[in-house]
Design a protein around this ligand. Structure first.
Ligand code: GDP
Length: 364
């Protein structure tokens, strides 16, 4: 049906029996015009965000997530305008394997915090969403109560791009959320790869959720991730699982003792929680309070955020340089041929890389 209209409306109609030439996708054009039209000046988004207007906040985040260069320019203006008003939230990273109970936990702790009048933003970094085409994290349907809570704002992971790109967008979204007055930010990720490091580089406190297993407590989680944790929470400590959870707590405490003391001087905590029985929120809120008192008094929090900002500048440079390189027309034309030579052993990897970099720098 749509195809027919398309043909009728086209100025390029040709005689029957001859293939219709490709025509402009009108829907895409309309979408584009609508998008173009609806973009406001940056100042309006900034004022909206600072005034706590959720519609404008969501629209501004959509601009951050957009791939269009026009959108990036305005998004950067909005972020710059919001930056002086950001930084006032406590930033908590939450990770754990799928099924560990992240969304149930966020629902429980989030509701506890909003009941105390805290304003909570839940963001996510889900590098798998690019492949699956949809985000499994930060999804509103996973957190029914919170998504209807006027003090909570839930935003799924940006879907497109490299992990670095996705992480940058989440970080920029966090800045906007803080400027909008959210004073607690949760950043959720799946405990399966590099994304924990990305989350760790933008939060103040890193919480690892773990399941109590039958004797395999220390398996399946990389040492590096455990080393980043400021607290480990053993989930589903209810019913038949209570005893196993207590044992797991003991084992993790012992394991953490073997790690060198972190730079902050904070000793990571291990607790057992249950979203089903609504247990653990008060203990965790107490741990957050103790941690933030500690790192604020020592100056560590400020130092860490300064370091993080610096690191983000460098990672943005790296990301941009890489994108520039791979989007370069000459590189795109020559890369396969050089790649082939390297694969066939006619050039070393180093020579291949050098050659492409020279082409990129127009030395060839
Ligand atoms: P996620 O994939 O890490 O977000 O995990 P979910 O929160 O979706 O939980 C995965 C499964 O574990 C679901 O079937 C939950 O009902 C269950 N679950 C979550 N929290 C608890 C808990 O505290 N106790 C028990 N017994 N089950 C839980």
């Amino acid at each position: 049906m749509e195809e027919q209209n398309h043909t009728l409306d086209s100025a390029l109609s040709v005689n029957s029996g001859i293939d219709q030439p490709p025509s402009v996708d009108k829907k895409a054009v309309l979408r584009f015009i609508r998008k173009k039209k609806s973009i406001l000046p940056a100042k309006e988004y900034i004022d909206g965000v600072l005034g706590g207007n959720r519609t404008l906040l969501s629209q501004a985040i959509t601009l951050i997530e957009s791939q269009l260069p026009d959108h990036s320019i305005i998004a950067q203006e909005i972020i710059a305008g919001c930056l002086p008003y950001s930084g006032n939230a406590i930033r908590i990273g939450i990770t754990g394997v799928p099924g560990v109970g992240k969304s149930s936990f966020i629902e429980m702790l989030g509701t506890y915090l909003t009941n105390q009048g805290r304003k909570l933003a839940v963001l996510a970094i889900d590098p798998s969403s690019e492949k699956s085409g949809g985000s499994i994290l930060g999804d509103k349907t996973r957190m029914e109560n919170l998504s209807n809570d006027p003090l909570a704002f839930i935003r799924p992971s940006p879907a497109a791009g490299s992990l670095g790109g996705v992480a940058r967008k989440t970080r920029e979204t966090m800045i906007l959320c803080e400027a909008a007055g959210f004073n607690v930010v949760f950043i959720e990720t799946v405990g399966v790869g590099q994304s924990e490091t990305a989350v760790h580089s933008m939060v103040d406190f890193f919480l690892l959720l773990m399941l109590a297993g039958a004797g395999d407590e220390l398996q399946g989680i990389k040492r590096g991730i455990m080393e980043m944790a400021d607290a480990i929470a053993i989930t589903k400590a209810d019913g038949n699982n209570v005893r196993a959870s207590e044992i797991a707590c003991g084992e993790y405490r012992n394991a953490l003792h073997l790690f060198p003391l972190s730079e902050s001087g904070w000793v990571p905590k291990v607790i057992a929680i249950s979203a089903r029985e609504n247990r653990g929120s008060d203990t965790l809120a107490g741990i957050f309070a103790e941690y933030f008192d500690h790192v604020k008094a020592s100056g560590f929090l400020e130092r860490r955020r300064m370091e993080q900002s610096k690191e983000w500048m460098y990672s943005t440079i790296r990301e941009n340089l890489l994108a520039d390189f791979f989007h370069d027309h000459t590189i795109a034309r020559r890369i396969k041929e050089v790649e082939k030579m390297v694969m066939e052993g006619r050039q070393t990897s180093w020579q291949g890389a050098k050659k492409l970099l020279e082409i990129y720098r127009r030395k060839e």
